[in-house]
Design a protein around this ligand. Structure first.
Ligand SMILES: [Zn+2]
Length: 362
């Protein structure tokens, strides 16, 4: 049988800001789009989010990538290829009622229908569930929140697609990712043209790296240290914890139903306010653990903190400013690194001079 091919659009924010024309095909486990320029994106069926655009296109999104088509046969072909999960999502779009896929996973919360919940007083079990909900909420909720937030959190600066810069960051992520503490977590990154000496991660694994961080770091290990810290926020699920803490039961209900409406402004506010000092310390420690496991010298991160302290004119990243003293943080990282004992460090295979040249040539 000839493979089905549809014409549509591909938008991958990690590579470019604007959508491009693409050919869309189906694989057993993923939706695939290939742009004229050769850029290819695969969206696994699992976790695929669907919506209809005002122009009538069916948009399929996951992890910052959107594949869409206006062809009339596209929804049916998508349903046939994507299986039950996609069929359910399509049915939801069409307003049919389907079983909630998360029902059954949330302890005592799901036992109460929302109508029942509204009608009765809060049962005692809710308090405990709110406390522990981050553990009980499926990781796909982190991904949905991150996906939403990546469209909402304002980021100034265009996407940088220079292959030298992308490759350098990819090498760092590839070294760290195998040592993550959460197997479900996958990481994508976008480099943004902005002098901020910073990076941040959204729940679900979308990381933004500002060119200012790459310019300021003297070694790739310093940047890898910042990335390890950001990856730790993702795997420790600091975002969803903050959302649950801030929104309490409303979040529990909204997230249980897989519907972020009503939570949207809160999600953005929580993520912009940062994760708090305890979470920052935890991310430092987990970041160092990952670096040591990856045989990346965490003292690079310590040196980076020291330099930030010395160069007061360098804008302090938001996640650093939640900590009063970057020197104290540097010495804590040093201590954690010392605890690791004698490790046969393996420098990153990145030509840092070439990275700096690419930054200058922008
Ligand atoms: Zn942080």
């Amino acid at each position: 049988m000839e493979p089905l091919v549809f014409q549509g659009r591909l938008r991958d924010r990690d590579h470019a800001d604007a959508p491009v024309d693409a050919s869309i095909t189906f694989e057993e486990d993923a939706l695939v789009a290939e742009a004229a320029g050769g850029h290819r994106a695969r969206l696994p069926w699992r976790g695929l989010r669907l919506r209809r655009s005002e122009a009538g296109a069916l948009e399929c999104s996951s992890g910052g990538v959107t594949i869409s088509s206006t062809e009339p046969g596209f929804p049916r072909a998508l349903e046939a290829a994507g299986g039950n999960e996609v069929a359910d999502a399509l049915a939801r779009l069409d307003g049919e009622s389907v079983a909630n896929p998360w029902v059954g996973r949330l302890g005592c919360t799901f036992a109460l229908g929302v109508a029942v919940f509204v009608a009765v007083r809060l049962p005692a079990c809710f308090t405990a569930v709110t406390e522990g909900v981050a553990e009980e909420v499926p990781y796909s909720v982190d991904e949905a929140i991150g996906e939403f937030a990546s469209d909402q959190v304002p980021v100034e600066g265009g996407t940088v697609s220079d292959p030298v810069l992308r490759e350098a960051v990819q090498v760092m992520v590839d070294r760290l990712a195998p040592h993550r503490s959460l197997a479900d977590a996958e990481f994508r990154f976008r480099i943004v043209d902005n002098d901020l000496v910073n990076a941040f991660a959204l729940p679900g694994g979308h990381i933004v790296v500002f060119t200012g961080l790459l310019e300021t770091a003297e070694t790739p290990e310093e940047v890898a240290g910042v990335l390890a810290h950001e990856i730790a926020h993702v795997t420790q699920r600091h975002g969803i914890r903050q959302v649950v803490k801030a929104a309490g039961l409303t979040a529990v209900i909204g997230i249980t139903l897989g519907d972020l409406s009503g939570l949207e402004s809160l999600v953005v506010e929580v993520l912009q306010n940062g994760y708090g000092r305890d979470a920052e310390s935890e991310a430092d420690a987990e970041g160092v653990r990952m670096m040591v496991a990856a045989r990346l010298d965490p003292r690079g991160l310590a040196r980076f903190f020291e330099r930030l302290d010395a160069e007061q004119e360098v804008e302090i990243p938001e996640w650093l400013s939640t900590h009063p003293d970057s020197l104290a943080r540097a010495s804590r990282v040093q201590a954690l690194a010392a605890e690791a004992g004698a490790v046969d460090w393996e420098p990153l295979a990145i030509d840092w001079d070439a990275v700096q040249a690419a930054l200058e040539a922008r």
